[in-house]
Design a protein around this ligand. Structure first.
Ligand code: HEM
Length: 456
């Protein structure tokens, strides 16, 4: 593997490549390109590009020209990147760089490896076991309280629940009402900036509010780190562990990278898990026979509290989660930028070309999946294992160096939630329920999934 020192890092300063006229496709409207169509239905745009232009085509999104790339073969090369040709940092820079600078996904190669190492301890099994113990009382309380209403909108409820889990497990916040709500409001402002068109810091604009929220979050994290270090960083949450972590020479990490990583982690963790669970609730709420099967599958793991071993054995629950994320990957579009000229699908791709990588297409590709649009969790069962038909036909958590560091955390949390929820209620969506699906910026059923709850 080539070390970063040997890679010419001037790619970081280079502007995006614009000489893409020889590649089939269409840049759409000036500046906006196909942004509005993608906001309406990313999946439909990707299907149309594949049909009209093939797996590699020209597209312009949010003012940035680049290519839309599909196909498991191309994803394998890009995500596994044996020749170090693809930069995640420059792929995401324009979208996320100002809002989440120095987050793990905005780093490449050796620098990325060193920073990922710093976080690794917080996601190993002993740490996960502690998070499982921390999250269960939160899940139990929220799910019990939901039963006060016969009808709920699932999305805001699960978002609130997962926010509290994040506050406890990532930040060690005990006073949820006061601090976590304030943190959540800052993230709402910060993320509203992601879609702001005018990136100028005006007093009342979305971008200005986002920048103020980022500074406020940084101030809050710095104060938390100073306080943890003063107390000897007692605590089992991720932030405390980052405060205790040391580099290869045994030195504690500087405050700045801890701040940048924890803010990015909260961003990466929260809405993704909310999205996965909302689709799952929709499918299982539609199919009462499948819900009964899930209930029977989960019953023997009672009465709780659940252990890491219990959760690891919930294979049907895991397959239901996989199937929801196969059809609706919570990260709808990954991004990379080429570092040097390459050839892809027989086309010459210049250095510094932005690649938009829609995540749902390989996961619905009929070459790998039987009845690809059907919700069928058993396709992941050991007797079928359709996900093994290609190394890159199923990748909701990404693959390669940047594969999601919170994957096991997310899976365990979803199963701990399902166990509590499915045991407590029979839940159904309205008859004939067919919501409009939202794909970007975050995939979810646009109406938030109305559910009727009855005691199980
Ligand atoms: C269902 C939930 C989740 C999904 C579907 C998901 C998906 C992903 C994907 C696709 C990537 C790779 C993006 C790329 O290569 O361009 C990623 C990276 C990442 N995820 Fe997740 N994620 C989830 C939950 C979480 C959680 C709970 C955490 C934290 C506890 C987390 C933290 C991260 C971080 C830090 C990265 C960057 C890793 C790196 O660059 O090395 N994610 N995630």
């Amino acid at each position: 593997m080539t070390a970063l020192a040997e890679v010419d890092t001037s790619y970081r300063q280079a502007p995006d490549a614009l000489d893409l006229g020889h590649i089939p496709g269409n840049h759409g409207l000036p500046v906006l390109g196909e942004t509005l169509e993608v906001l309406r239905d990313l999946h439909a745009v990707a299907v149309r590009h594949l049909r009209e232009y093939g797996p590699v085509s020209r597209i312009r999104l949010a003012g940035q020209g680049g290519l839309l790339v599909m196909g498991a073969e191309h994803f394998e090369r890009i995500f596994h990147d044996p020749e170090q040709c693809f930069s995640a940092e420059k792929g995401y820079d324009r979208q996320l760089g100002i809002f989440y600078p120095r987050g793990l996904l905005l780093m490449d190669f050796d620098e990325h490896r060193a920073n990922r190492r710093m976080m690794q301890g917080a996601f190993k099994v002993p740490a996960l076991q502690r998070y499982i113990a921390m999250m269960q009382p939160v899940i139990e309380r929220h799910v019990r309280e939901w039963g006060r209403d016969e009808r709920i909108i699932f999305y805001p409820r699960i978002k609130q629940l997962l926010l509290e889990i994040g506050a406890r497990c990532f930040l060690g916040i005990e006073d949820f009402e006061r601090e976590a709500v304030m943190i959540n409001d800052l993230f709402l402002d910060l993320n509203a900036g992601l879609v702001s068109v005018l990136r100028v810091e005006l007093p009342f604009g979305a971008f200005g509010r986002a920048m103020r929220a980022r500074r406020e979050l940084e101030r809050w994290c710095r104060a938390m780190i100073a306080e943890r270090r003063r107390r000897g960083a007692a605590g089992e949450d991720v932030l405390s562990q980052l405060c205790l972590a040391t580099d290869e020479e045994g030195r504690p990490y500087d405050v700045k990278p801890i701040v940048d990583h924890i803010i990015f982690l909260l961003f990466a963790a929260h809405d993704t898990s909310t999205s996965a669970l909302s689709h799952l609730a929709m499918y299982v709420g539609r199919d009462t026979a499948m819900q009964d099967r899930l209930r029977e599958h989960l019953a023997p793991f009672g009465p709780g509290p659940l252990t890491h071993t219990d959760l690891s054995r919930m294979d049907f629950a895991q397959h239901c989660l996989y199937e929801a994320m196969r059809l609706h990957p919570p990260v709808p579009m990954a991004m990379r930028r080429t570092i040097r000229p390459i050839e892809l699908d027989g086309l010459r791709i210049p250095a510094h070309t932005v690649l938009h990588l829609p995540m749902m297409m390989n996961q619905r590709d009929p070459r790998w999946w039987t009845e690809p649009d059907a919700f069928d969790p058993d396709r992941f069962a050991s007797s079928r294992q359709e996900q093994k038909r290609h190394a890159m036909c199923f990748h909701p958590f990404g693959s390669g160096a940047h594969k999601c560091i919170g994957m096991f955390f997310a899976e365990l949390m979803v199963k701990a939630f399902l166990w509590q929820f499915v045991r407590s209620y029979r839940f159904t969506v309205p008859p004939g329920y067919a919501p409009r699906m939202q794909w970007v910026p975050l995939p979810k059923p646009a109406d938030g999934v109305p559910l009727r709850l009855q005691p199980a």
